[in-house]
Ligand binder design. Structure first.
Ligand code: ZN
Length: 296
């Protein structure tokens, strides 16, 4: 027989063990859940987890607010050329007087020209703009460069390394003079092929070797690439990135992403006036203002 006192003790023991079992059960549930969520996380993000940079390795403020807008203008020839039987080259030629008016209008609108090097090194002014010249024609030195100098402005010229010194193209001496005057030099490949159709070894040669040739010839880093006729694809971009380019320009009016290797540009044509150019720039800024450009 158990007495009343023993009964109470037994009851207390039973109650305590009940609570203990319940606690064990709850701990087990929590552990299983945690394990499952860890497994799920690993399953969900195996690749990005591996390549995601450590937080402490990310540089401070690596973004530039594109809303503060860096329009990039695309010129080819600056010359008085109007040949109805050659509409393509006529359209690529901005008359000298139009160019002068455009540069003055930009200045009056408060724009100040910078180079890609300025942009990449965060030397940003109040209202920056970049002026680029594709193909490296001689008239850039004869007609555009003096106008820019008159107005204390600068530009970036993209040359094909094989064309330097050919008739109608800039020679080494003129490029050196422009560089001394604050101009920037970029690569427009070796010989202007369609990069979107080229095989990997051609891409390597056209993109990487042109950079090395220009760097050796002009003793400076070549940081910017201009895709010939804007032609590029993911493979082209990747090779440009691996070759060490920090920025590259397309002929697109709107950027597909905030990648500095697919920068959009405003095309300036034969018939553009100062006024039409300012309108184009306005539209360009609107079209691209959702991007934050990562330029580390
Ligand atoms: Zn070109």
């Amino acid at each position: 027989m158990i007495n009343k006192k023993e009964k109470i003790i037994l009851f207390k023991i039973a109650r305590l063990s009940g609570v203990f079992i319940l606690l064990l059960f709850m701990i087990a549930i929590v552990m299983v859940e945690r394990r499952r969520s860890v497994q799920y996380e690993a399953m969900r993000t195996p690749v990005t987890m591996a390549v995601r940079p450590r937080q402490d390795k990310i540089k401070a403020s690596p973004y530039i607010d594109y809303q503060k807008s860096i329009p990039v203008l695309m010129y080819h020839h600056v010359r008085n050329y109007n040949n109805p039987s050659d509409p393509i080259n006529t359209n690529l030629s901005v008359p000298v007087e139009s160019f002068r008016e455009q540069v003055r209008a930009l200045k009056n609108a408060g724009y100040q020209t910078i180079t890609f090097n300025n942009l990449l090194n965060r030397q940003i002014v109040e209202k920056p703009i970049i002026i680029t010249f594709d193909d490296g024609y001689q008239d850039v030195f004869d007609s555009a460069y003096p106008v820019l100098r008159e107005n204390n402005q600068t530009g970036t010229v993209f040359v094909m390394s094989n064309f330097i010194g050919s008739p109608g193209y800039l020679d080494k001496e003129k490029i050196e003079l422009m560089l001394k005057g604050g101009f920037e030099l970029g690569s427009h490949t070796i010989s202007h092929p369609d990069l979107a159709k080229a095989d990997p070894s051609t891409l390597e040669y056209q993109i990487k070797s042109s950079k090395e040739i220009l760097e050796k010839e002009f003793s400076r880093p070549i940081e910017v690439l201009c895709y010939p006729s804007g032609r590029h694809n993911l493979q082209v971009i990747e090779i440009a990135r691996r070759a060490g380019y920090r920025a590259a320009v397309t002929v697109n009016f709107q950027a597909p992403s905030n990648d500095l290797l697919t920068l959009p540009r405003v095309r300036v044509n034969n018939t553009d006036t100062a006024e039409s150019l300012l309108t184009k720039i306005e539209n360009f800024n609107q079209a691209n203002n959702r991007f934050l450009w990562n330029y580390q």
